[in-house]
Design a protein around this ligand. Sequence first.
Ligand code: SF4
Length: 299
Amino acid sequence: MVLMENTRIRFSQHPAWLKVRFPGGPTFHNLKRLVRDHELHTVCESANCPNIGECWEKGTATFMILGNICTRRCGFCAVKTGRPQGYDLDEPGRVARAVQTLKLRYAVVTSVDRDDLEDEGSCVFAQTILQIRELNPGTHVEVLIPDFKSSIQNLETVMAAKPDVLAHNLDTVPRLYPRVKPKSSYQHSLSLLYYVKDKAPHIKTKVGFMLGLGEEIEEIYQGMDDVLTARVDILTIGQYLRPSLKHLPLLKHYHPDEFKELKRIGEAKGIPHVESGPLVRSSYHAAEQVQQLMGNLNS
Ligand code: SF4
């Protein structure tokens, strides 16, 4: 694989393959209204996801629970940070009703980090899974969870609600954690994924990396080996996009062919399904990722 030289890339200098259409069709506006009417948040909006035009026009979104203020301050993330106040016990019901209104057969839920709460929001996660199921029998639920620091008890609270897919992002390679995710631990996140597969092998697990923050190719391969050791089912790899000049610089644009090659290498190593592309995010085409995984496992 040919690697391009690392250089600092200005905010506006994106190659053609990262250009996305401007959001704004009728389904997009209906979804926006629904999110406001149900007083919900989505990571699509809060994290400035580049896929919002495509996903929302198709009527899919990723709900972000536990408010919209995060207690961590990761260098890549556009979500607001600060000191959130309490939490909203009606939120799981509102998410479930939004899933019903959207007629979603596959719902994806994530959250901000809530290190201020003793249960770190795990009970609200569990309630959200249960209430989505109760109101929408047959709908599959994927949760993208924080690391719950080291609390196995909080992790088990979520696992007990039996999400179909449990995702947790490593985001970057361990060497870059002090700069990219200073309040998190690569090893702890990896152990979390390992624990879930060990205790609940029926839950599909998923992990995401983003590229362009200064990682070396050997470190990406090592990350794949780690993912394999934790028996993760789905690996997503996407391009980091700098949300603003206050965030970490984007050091490298990977070409779509490089992403394709990483998919090939990851699957050759034995990871059951690798989704890899410039605009790939953990929740991008989430339902299709699981369908393809099942196809790969059955073939
Ligand atoms: S990729 Fe995920 S976060 Fe981005 S718009 Fe689509 S559903 Fe939302």
